[in-house]
Design a protein around this ligand. Structure first.
Ligand SMILES: [Zn+2]
Ligand SMILES: [Zn+2]
Length: 421
């Protein structure tokens, strides 16, 4: 038995004893003695936690990593639920990082799986539990073949992908720079894509997101006296329609795909006979271009929104404040890294197809700015599973996809850091 395997088995027994003694959180009873990839996934799925609150999830991941033999785990002060394990082969070579996100979302689960969420109103419906389980198993398997690898492998378990402060906190901390990370790779569940298929695309693959807020202020009054007050309700309705059609009216949709969606509104009146004096609208603008680029008849998208809102507000004689805040930048894959990945995967018979660009956003993009990145789609559909969209109450995966995700990461790690090359 090689020393790494013995260390792994010894520490597995120690951690299992700890788990048996502990109460609460991840139920020890749910964890069999010999844990498999599916056990990791189902345990994580049962106890979903929101962004920046992934304490039990991080603890579970730390325990597993330590049981494999990763003794010195790192974290990040601004995002303490971050867990980073480093496999140092002791040989000079590249530093490749593999990243999984960990957080869940507010949603009451209706997936019908036997290992459904035990936390009312919170669910893993973006597949981040699958991503974390895959990365755990990847870290376990690669440690056992350390002698065949060179350089360092960094396994990054990232919190808060669904809210602000996950990837950007990690980038701002500088921990990846200190570790000398040269490439970063991630995969995300792709509903509808068959298990054993993966997707990849050079360049922009996911959009940037921007938060739009509009505050309208005027004179409220009795609903029956339109002539004595401002008509904020009509203006808010018009603006919702006009803003949603704005991208298609000013930008070539082939060159500049973009959506502007109003998603929430707040009125200061709750009575049917009182017209409001303030209405706030908020929504999201998704695009692959920057909001300040002057792409549209010499104006930026930000200026076009300002022009539209102030024009309508002035016609209605009311005040309007507009704020367009940059959120997550577009996710861009590095063409050179993608080419290397395609070569490595095709040699191993892993099927890769071209990803379609989508207006979803992903905070993986914060890493893209300074580190060559590759973001893969992971096929999760088989039989009746893996077809519901992410963020829906019925979202689930076919568990066969987990092994395919591990195969993808392990094959890439071996190809990028083989001691033979
Ligand atoms: Zn999501
Ligand atoms: Zn996600």
């Amino acid at each position: 038995m090689n020393p790494e395997r013995r260390k792994f088995l010894n520490s597995s027994i120690a951690v299992l004893s700890l788990l048996i003694m502990s109460t609460g959180g991840f139920s020890p009873a749910a964890l069999p003695a010999e844990q498999t990839l599916k056990d990791y996934y189902e345990s994580l799925h049962r106890v979903p936690e929101l962004g920046k609150e992934e304490y039990k999830t991080a603890e579970f991941i730390r325990k597993q990593l330590k049981s494999f033999g990763y003794d010195d785990l790192l974290s990040v002060e601004a995002a303490p639920t971050t867990v980073i394990a480093v496999l140092d082969t002791g040989k000079p070579g590249p530093v490749n990082c593999f990243r999984a996100d960990m957080d869940a979302r507010k949603c009451r689960e209706k997936s019908g799986v036997a290992y459904a969420s035990t936390i009312d109103g919170i669910m893993h419906n973006c597949g981040h539990d699958a991503h974390s389980a895959i990365l755990l198993e990847t870290a376990k398997r690669l440690l056992l073949e350390k002698s065949k690898l060179k350089g360092k492998l960094v396994f990054l378990f990232q919190p808060a992908e669904e809210c602000a402060g996950g990837a950007d906190d990690i980038v701002n901390d500088g921990v990846l720079k200190r570790l000398g990370v040269e490439t970063i790779i991630a995969q995300h569940c792709a509903p509808g894509l068959e298990v054993s298929r993966h997707t990849l695309k050079d360049g922009s693959v996911l959009a940037g997101s921007n938060k739009l807020s509009i505050n309208l202020k005027g004179k409220g009054g009795h609903a029956a006296q339109v002539h004595e007050r401002d008509d904020l309700a009509a203006l808010a309705s018009l603006l919702t329609l006009e803003l949603e059609r704005l991208p298609s009216r000013i930008a070539d949709p082939i060159l500049y795909p973009c959506i502007c969606s109003i998603s929430t509104s707040n009125w200061d009146s709750e009575q049917l006979n009182v017209a409001p004096s303030t209405i706030s609208l908020s929504g999201t603008v998704r695009a692959f271009f920057d909001m300040d680029e002057k792409l549209f008849q010499g104006k930026s998208f930000r200026e076009k929104i300002d022009q539209l809102v102030s024009g309508f507000a002035s016609a209605y004689g009311v005040e309007a404040d507009v704020e367009l805040k940059a959120g997550v930048p577009p996710t861009k894959n590095d063409p050179a890294l993608c080419a290397r990945a395609r070569k490595i995967l095709s040699k191993s018979g892993i099927e890769l197809s071209e990803a379609e660009r989508a207006l979803f956003a992903e905070d993986f993009s914060f890493y893209n700015k300074s580190i060559p990145s590759a973001y893969f789609g992971l096929g999760i559909a088989r039989d009746n599973a893996g077809k519901e969209n992410v963020h829906s109450a019925g979202f689930n995966i076919h568990e066969d996809c987990l092994e395919e995700g591990v195969k993808l990461f392990v094959t890439l790690a071996e190809g990028l850091a083989s001691a033979k090359n």
